[in-house]
Design a protein around this ligand. Structure first.
Ligand SMILES: NC(=O)c1ccc[n+]([C@@H]2O[C@H](COP(=O)([O-])OP(=O)(O)OC[C@H]3O[C@@H](n4cnc5c(N)ncnc54)[C@H](O)[C@@H]3O)[C@@H](O)[C@H]2O)c1
Ligand SMILES: [Zn+2]
Length: 363
């Protein structure tokens, strides 16, 4: 049976999580958007062959006219040309403000489908149907949408909350093991920043030697995903527009983004976040705020799920990269530290203080 997690934001919505719920898409959307006639399903060349037909048939059987926009899979498609293609298609087919976009796929489909919906006719509804682990636990919830510019990622976008998020955990069966592991970087992040019970569950799974089986254990996986969704929903409810609490979701990301961009994006995001979490935690130990045993437990969990917890980057490079990042405010940045598992702290630091802090962790 499906579970519902409610998200309270400028627009409230449910995240519906269950195994095999994709064929229910039409019914779910009909209930939420009784007036809608047309739906543009945005998906990529990997996901569309697997799930487009199910979603399209389901929408059709609930009386929707469904259209497809399928882009070449990968981050490189996350650009204005793809969005323009979606705008053109919707305009040509006579979409009105009552109609909707359904984003079917990973974070790239979600960010783009959301952005096309946020901008077409100054905003139409979007349904998020995430199919990657990262998208299920993170990107599909919270309303951040957008595209990349050639100079940097996620430079253009809008806040646009979905009308509903439909998460069929069976979709994860076709995700590659590498992409699953990458998504675990974000899952572990929630455990560290705000969810001790999730940490305990992951710890137990790892201790029982079942970390590698998590991907195929539907019940366990569903409960892990539900925890993460509830965590993200809590953060969104308290800071939808990313001015305070939401910054805790950036744990490991400030260093991680720099590692990611220095690798020319050949290293996956979740892997870089895992490295970032390990580096910041090492530094917190040297700074005397984090107990070495607590840090060892964190790094051990990261590694138990097949992720790295360190990197050869120098402190200077990590700081230089971070100060070019959009998240800086003046000369200061918000450093997210976890000194005790289950609780993140945000510390405002100058670039000099950040350098001093990281030099401890990276030497
Ligand atoms: N909006 C937000 O709050 C937010 C948060 C985090 C990340 N993001 C964005 O999300 C993107 C990363 O998301 P991602 O890792 O899902 O990338 P992605 O959308 O490129 O998906 C990764 C790969 O997995 C494939 N895939 C997805 N689901 C599958 C399935 N069920 N079976 C087989 N293959 C499948 C995709 O085709 C793709 O090749 C980035 O663009 C990032 O900026 C956004
Ligand atoms: Zn992330």
């Amino acid at each position: 049976m499906a579970d519902k997690i409610h998200v309270t934001a400028s627009k409230d919505y449910d995240v519906i999580i269950g195994a095999g719920i994709l064929p229910e898409t039409g019914k779910i959307v009909r209930e939420i958007l009784p007036q809608a006639g047309k739906v543009l399903i945005v998906s990529d060349t990997n996901v569309a062959p697997l799930y487009m037909k199910t979603v399209k048939d389901s929408l059709a059987s609930s009386g929707f006219e469904a259209f497809e926009y399928v882009f070449e899979a990968g981050e490189r498609s996350k650009n204005i040309d793809s969005i323009a293609g979606m705008w053109d298609l919707m305009a040509k087919e006579g979409f009105t403000r009552a109609d909707a976009v359904a984003a079917l796929g990973g974070g790239v489909a979600g960010d783009m489908g959301g952005f096309a919906a946020a901008t077409f006719l100054r905003g139409i509804s979007v349904i998020q149907i995430p199919t990657s682990l990262l998208a299920m636990v993170d990107s599909s919830i919270g309303g951040k949408t957008g595209i990349d510019l050639p100079v940097a990622k996620n430079q253009v976008g809008a806040f646009h909350q979905p009308s509903v998020v439909i998460e069929d955990t069976d979709c994860l069966k076709t995700l590659s093991p590498d992409l699953f592991t990458e998504g675990m970087g974000e899952v572990i992040k929630y455990a560290f920043i705000m969810d001790l019970p999730l940490y305990d569950l992951l710890r137990k799974t790892a201790d029982e030697g079942k970390a590698a089986e998590l991907a195929s254990d539907t019940d366990m996986l569903t409960s892990v995903i539900k925890s993460c969704v509830a965590d993200k929903a809590y953060v969104i409810a308290n800071d939808e527009f990313d001015t305070g609490l939401r910054q805790i979701l950036n744990f490991g990301h400030t260093v991680g983004h720099v590692i990611e961009s220095r690798s020319d994006f050949s290293l996956p995001h979740g892997v870089c976040v895992a490295k970032g979490m390990g580096i910041v935690t090492d530094a917190a130990v040297k700074a005397g705020t984090c107990d070495p045993q607590e840090a060892a437990k964190m790094k051990d969990l990261i590694e138990a799920f097949g992720l790295p917890s360190s990197d050869g980057i120098t402190a200077q490079d990590a700081v230089d990269g971070a100060m070019n990042d959009k998240k800086k405010r003046g000369d200061t940045l918000s450093l997210v530290v976890v000194n005790k598992i289950g609780k993140a702290e945000i510390v405002k630091v100058t670039s000099g203080e950040y350098l001093e802090f990281l030099e401890k962790g990276l030497n």
